[in-house]
Design a binder for this molecule. Structure first.
Ligand code: ADP
Ligand code: MG
Length: 241
């Protein structure tokens, strides 16, 4: 039998009352792999990620992470103890806290065996703009800077798997390139990444493998490269040409 995947999702169903938003999704992510889930607005991408982190109850299905079931494990323990970190669509920086305080909280949630000062040196080497903003309230940062801060929080306390909900949403093309350059660096360090995107081409260029989600169901999967080359896919499922 093949070795079980790092993240293994089997036949997951998630509903909002009568609305079935995720209908029988199965997917796997290997350790060190970057996987994308692409789909149009309303396909169920955010619902899927939120359910993986137990922010939403599952109707049925099984989620195993690093060989253990995540059933009933509260979100904060999944993040802190298990290292499954979600960066949600709205980025969830703590707006009234300073940049430094935001980083401190991440450090304390999941200490990575080094001092906060040492972690910060690494962060500021990657994100020089955050150094100049360190004492400012995170709510006063631009959208792009807030996205950098969420990525910086992932550097401070490296997760075992990073789940990203539309990291390019609302950013200018230049900032999208910057964000993906950082994600490429994370990927090169061996960080396991599962991201969902409407920005299909950018995500497929980035991911080793990808799944296409349509109306809550996986309709196709393959290497990022193969899906990128599939024109029919874009017309049929993604509403982009
Ligand atoms: N809080 C909610 N209550 C009811 N329906 C919701 C809620 N959130 C999302 N939905 C519905 O679930 C489906 C999937 O939404 P979502 O997961 O946000 O899609 P995506 O992230 O791919 O745009 C959509 O039909 C959406 O209208
Ligand atoms: Mg969404």
């Amino acid at each position: 039998m093949a070795e079980p995947s790092f993240l293994d999702v089997q036949d997951l169903h998630v509903s909002y009352g009568p609305i079935k938003a995720v209908r029988g999704v199965s997917l796997q992510v290997a350790e060190g792999e970057a996987v994308a889930i692409v789909g149009a607005n309303g396909a169920g991408k955010s619902t899927l990620l939120r359910a993986l982190c137990n922010l939403l109850p599952r109707a049925s299905g099984k989620v195993m992470f690093a060989g253990r079931s995540t059933a009933g494990v509260p979100t904060h323990l999944l993040a802190g103890r298990e290292g499954m970190l979600l960066v949600p669509e709205d980025r969830a920086v703590l707006r009234s806290l300073t940049v430094l305080e935001n980083l401190r909280l991440s450090h304390d949630t999941r200490p990575a065996g080094r001092s906060f000062a040492a972690a910060n040196e690494e962060v500021f080497a990657h994100f020089p703009r955050l150094r100049t903003r360190a004492g400012q309230a995170a709510g006063n940062l631009s959208g792009g800077e807030q996205q950098m801060l969420t990525l910086a929080r992932a550097l401070v306390s490296p997760p075992r798997i990073l789940l990203l909900d539309e990291p390019s949403l609302g950013l200018s093309p230049r900032l999208v390139r910057e964000v993906y350059a950082i994600l490429r660096d994370f990927r090169a360090r061996g960080m396991t990444i599962l991201l969902v995107e409407q920005n299909v081409r950018t995500a497929l260029r980035f991911a080793h493998r990808a799944y296409v989600l349509r109306q809550g169901t996986i309709v196709q999967h393959g290497s990022g490269e193969a899906l990128l080359a599939d024109d029919g896919l874009f017309r049929q499922y993604l509403g982009v040409h």
